[in-house]
Structure formats: structure tokens, C-alpha cells
Design a protein around this ligand. Sequence first.
Ligand code: NAG
Ligand code: CU
Length: 485
Amino acid sequence: MKTKLALHIFLFIIVLSLCTNLLAALSRDDEEQEDPELTTCIHQCGQQRQYSKTDKRICIRSCERYHQMKKERERHMQEEEARRRKQEYEDEDEDEGTRMDNNPYVFDDEDFRTKLETQEGRVQVLNKFSRRSKVLQGIRNYVLVTLEAKGHTFTSPSYFDSDAVLFVVKGRGVIGLVREDKTDRFNLEYGDMMRVPAGTLVYFVNKDENQNLVLANLFIPLLSTPPDFKAFNPEQFLTAFSIDKLEAALKTPREKLRGVFEQEEKGSILKISKEEVEALSKVKEGFWPFTTQTGGPFNLLGTRPYISNQYGRLYQSTLDKPSDLNELNLVLSFCNITRGSMSAPSYATRATKICLVAQGKGYLEMLCPHYSGGGRKQDRPSYQRLSSEVRAGMVFVVPAGHPFLVGASKEDEVHIVCFELNARGNKIQALAGKNNVIIAMDKDAKQVTFMQPADKVDEIFNTQESFFFPGPNNDHSHGRAYAVM
Ligand SMILES: *[C@@H]1O[C@H](CO)[C@@H](O)[C@H](O)[C@H]1NC(C)=O
Ligand SMILES: [Cu+2]
């Protein structure tokens, strides 16, 4: 009896261990699923009739090596993906900024970080647009950068991993573009705009002795680059290669190389002499009437204004002119509003504007259905009015479809340069002034919408001025940017 029980237990244990072994084997199988590609590869090695035993072994080994590499590559890609996700997650965390009491579309000094600063100038980069508002996720990879170089300076050659569009906000200078086989130099004047292709080495010269050269640059991400722009300075990064490789590449002994690369750290914006300015300022002028060379700058302020009256002017590039911006689907506009005047409330049908106040001060009002500052009524759509004082150096974004207006203070005219993204097919829809969309609404719809006879509505909306008019009389100094419920 006892032995029978012992036998039973013994059998039971054996069955149990068999089961667990089997389970373990199954799950291991699950883990290391044979890659069908590897199986086929090995199988094919065996099929080769002309192969000797050794050949077959070599063949199988190369299959395995290939498989190993593939697995490593996949693991690497997964790690990259995980890192990217983590980065995105962290970026999103950033979005939960505590600045929601401020206008998330207006950016001031504290939203810029200084990328480079020397005695001779500085480069400032605006923080990611998405940091302050989720609504700006769509333009999170665009980067606005300003360059300010003092009189008689040289900004040493750099290239970027993004396309850039620059606008000359102030000063006179020269841009040098180092192409594959030569360097093209162009004069830069106030109001010039230009595309700088990704990867092209560029340098800048400030020709004036006393006036700063100020550039507004929008960096447009290439699909292949991560969401940040990076600048590369060859004279700095070349030394980052190992010295023996550099010796070989340049066929120059290291003692000599040190002479070229290892000078005292000078920084990337350098003071240069009058003679050097003169030498660097020699540009090949085009012959009239072909004054602009291809690939050179285009003067936006030299074109006929799109809208102009005594209260303001609006200049706008088109997608065809300059032609190299067509591909970027980008238009630049420049708006000059005289003292105490303002623009009509309007909205862009498709374009999102990234605007820099180039000069003067004024105010901005924008309506935004996305922004919930609290205290919102649920029963009807609410449009938060975001009001802000704006002045030179500040940046604001107007997402597509958002009605807004800008005005100049009573003391000063205001100049605003805007990079308009997604410009193809875009229209400005004015909500007041000649040619506004309310006037354009058909009579029947007008009557039903406003519950008034159509001519009564027209009386209100049919003003004579087009787009720019005198502003209100009250004072617009709001102090800091804030949201009004
Ligand atoms: C801006 O407009 C004013 C008045 O119309 C004009 O005197 C001034 O030259 C303009 N500035 C620019 C940069 O267009
Ligand atoms: Cu909005």
C-alpha cells in the first residue's frame, strides 16, 4: 500500500516536472521564434548541390551573422523609438507650463534663449511654439532665430540642418553662400528676404560701422531631421575629428594643423577691420534690369504694396516671387501701421502667421476658441479675446482662421514682419472695411443672420477705408499680456 502510494507520488512528480519542462520549452519557443528569413536562408544553404560540407557551414554561418546584425539593427531602432517617445513625452510635460494666465500666442524676451553671445553680437532662439499652447503643436518644429551683429563684424560660416528663410530687419550687410565650387556674395539691405538652403555654408558681414545688422530667420524643418535645428561651424567641428584622421584627410602634419585650428577661442561673431569689411563687401552686381541674381535676396519693400493707404501698408511676397520659396509653401508679409492706426479685424483662411515686431509698439487682439482661461459658458461657443501689448522684439503667432487685429501706439508706427506658413491658396478675409466678408454675404443670409434688413447691415459694414484705418481714441497700454474672458 505504502509503496503504491510512493509510486503514485513519484509518477505524479515526474508528470509535473515534464509538464513544467514542456511549458518552459513552449514559452522559450515563443520568445525565440525562429525568424522565417533565417530558416529560409539556412534551408537554401542545404539545397546548394555544388556546395561542399565546408561551404554549407560557411553559408549557414553567414546566414546567422546576417540574422544577428538584423536583430541588432532592430533593437537599435526600438531603442531610438523609445528615446524619441520619451523625448516627446518630456516635451509634452513642458507644455503643461504654468503660463496659462498669459497669452500663449505672444512671446517676449523670456521665451528666447541665447544660443551665442559675444561682445560683437548674439544669436537668440525662440523656445518651441508648442511649449505654451497645444494649439501650436502643428508648428512645433519651426524655429525662429534672430541674429544681431554689431558694426563691422563677421559672422563665421555655419550651416544648418534646416532650410531657413531670412528677413533683414535692420542694417546693411553681405551674405556669403559657399556652394560646391565657389562662394556667392550678395548685398543685404533692409527689407530683403532670402532662402538659405539646408546644408549651405553661410557667413554674414555687417558693412556698417555704427548700425547693427539684425536678421529674423525662420528655420523650416526637413522631414528627416529631429525637431530642433542645429548649427554647424566647420572651423570648430573639424577639430572634433581625431587628429590622425585629420592629418590624413588634409595631408598636413599636426603641428601645422594646430596653427590653423587651435587659435585662441574667438567666438563666431568677430570684429573685423575696415579693410577686411571692404574686401568682403565686393559683390558681383547683376546688370540692369537683371539686378537680382538668381539665388540672391529679394527686396519685399521694393515691391508694390498689396494694400496701402495713409494709415498703413501691407507688403506681401507671393509663392512665385521669389520663386525659391514656392517649394516651402511660405509667404512673407510686412506691415507698416502709422501712429494711432490699426488694421481691420481679419483672418487668414489657411495660413498660420509667425510674426516678429520689427519696430515700434502697438497692440494685438485675437479671438481664440481653443483657449479656455476658465469661467467659460458651455451653452454657446466662446471666443476668448486675447489682448496684448506688443513691441519691437516680441513675437506672436496667429493660427489659421483666428480673427485678429493689430494697431500702432499713438507715439510710434509699428512694423511687423510675418512668416506665413501653409500659404498656398490662402486668402485674407477682412471683417471690416471695403471688401469685407460680411458685405460679401448674400442678402438673404445677411438678413437671417443679423435679424436686420440687409441694407442696415451694409450701412454698418460698408466703410470707405480699405483694411487700415484710424484706431480708437482710448489708451491701449494694457501693461502685460493677459487674457480677457
Ligand atoms: C511706413 O509708413 C510711413 C507712412 O506711410 C512711411 O513714412 C515710412 O517710410 C514707412 N516705412 C516703411 C518701412 O515702409
Ligand atoms: Cu485658438
